[in-house]
Design a protein around this ligand. Structure first.
Ligand SMILES: *Cc1c(COP(=O)(O)O)cnc(C)c1O
Length: 364
């Protein structure tokens, strides 16, 4: 069998190849390439998909995050609570604005441990950034209560969780702003960089819309020092195609993951669990093992590629040395970094491929 890669974006493309190619050609021939009818259409359709009042398309997920905090007025001297085991972009969204991340340990579902949030709140705390990691919705009810009690803003990093729900409500709609990435490998992936925010707040939506285009509402009249974080028409058009099939793409991944959950049987390996009230859209299928490094080498030798999400927690990365957080500050986060492993999962994965992955993992 050919080497099995952790992800195969070509397979996801091929499922709807004709529709993608037609849309790309249509945009190329239209003569309009940035912030046009496709972007407007995508924004309406994604808002309606998530149940949010507004969606504003942006150039990336990182832009969605830092612009969210900028618009909420969070910056130098402010603290934002975030889980320690996240992709570093979550943290950069906070620190680009000069604010300080305050890390909280994750729970057994890899999302923020809500029982540890209150002890981290100080008079500088302005917001909580919830990350719905790997595709599973976080425990939103207690988080909402804490934010209400301490009057904190709530921002959601939904880059890995398009369409995931808690108590039937979609992620991104619980707080002030929901931030999305449409990087090609995400469940709702573009063919280049793209992102968006969703919000129910009219004035936030308007501010982000102005900010993304150099702070100008009317051409050459600039109200604030903004950014260039515009979404282009090709990405928006291709995202509309993918969004129209997102539910079936999610079902396919879910069926693959249910098979993994049923058939992987190895007492050296812990399988992912789902919280009551939450849904998981399986951006990644993440297993945990005390023998992770050996397991990864074993699988690689057998022609199965895997990825670690993430090997270095943000607080220990060189970029955040200045925070002065040494090894041992976040033992659960650090333990996860040494024991998690994402196994191959993608739309268009064949039963043969999956059986080979399952059998090989069970041999370990
Ligand atoms: C991918 C990702 C981002 C960043 O998105 P980009 O589009 O790559 O900028 C932020 N947070 C999380 C959790 C992500 O997985």
């Amino acid at each position: 069998m050919d080497r099995i890669m952790p992800n195969r974006l070509d397979r996801g493309f091929k499922i709807y190849q004709k529709e993608f190619e037609e849309k790309a050609l249509q945009v190329l021939r239209s003569g309009w390439y940035v912030l046009g009818e496709e972007v407007k259409g995508f924004e309406q359709e994604f808002a309606s998909y998530t149940g949010a009042k507004h969606c504003v398309g942006l150039a990336s997920g990182l832009d969605a995050l830092w612009i969210a905090f900028r618009i909420l007025g969070i910056g130098v001297g402010d603290e934002v609570i975030v889980q320690g085991n996240t992709y570093i972009a979550s943290v950069m969204g906070i620190t680009i604005n000069g604010a300080t991340p305050v890390f909280v340990e994750p729970d057994e579902f890899y999302n923020i441990d809500v029982s540890m949030i209150e002890s981290k709140i100080t008079d500088k705390t302005k917001a909580v950034l919830v990350v719905h990691l790997y595709g599973q919705a976080s425990n939103m009810k207690p988080i909402m209560n804490i934010c209400k009690k301490y009057k904190l803003k709530l921002v959601e990093d939904c880059a890995q969780a398009h369409g995931a729900c808690f108590d039937g409500q979609q992620v991104g709609t619980f707080g002030d702003i929901g931030c999305f990435s449409f990087y090609p490998s995400k469940n709702l992936g573009a063919f280049g960089d793209a992102g968006a925010i969703i919000t129910n707040d009219d004035s936030i939506a308007k501010d982000v819309r102005v900010f993304r285009n150099y702070g100008s509402e009317k051409r050459y009249y600039n109200k604030v020092v903004g950014a260039n974080s515009r979404l282009d028409e090709i990405q928006a058009g291709l995202l509309r195609v993918r969004l129209s099939h997102l539910d079936e793409l999610c079902y396919e991944k879910q069926a693959l993951c249910e098979r993994y959950l049923e058939r992987i049987q190895n007492n050296k390996i812990e399988l992912p669990r789902i919280r009551e009230g939450a849904t998981h859209i399986w951006h990644q299928f993440v297993i945990k093992s005390d023998y992770r490094d050996d397991l990864q080498c074993f699988l690689e030798d057998k022609g199965i590629g895997t990825i670690i999400h993430y090997p270095i927690p943000p607080h220990l990365s060189e970029a955040y040395k200045y925070l002065g957080l040494s090894e041992g500050t976040l033992p659960v986060t650090e333990k996860y970094a040494k024991s998690v492993l994402s196994i191959p999962l993608y739309n268009g994965m064949t039963t043969n491929e999956q059986n080979y992955v399952i059998d090989t993992i069970n041999q370990f």
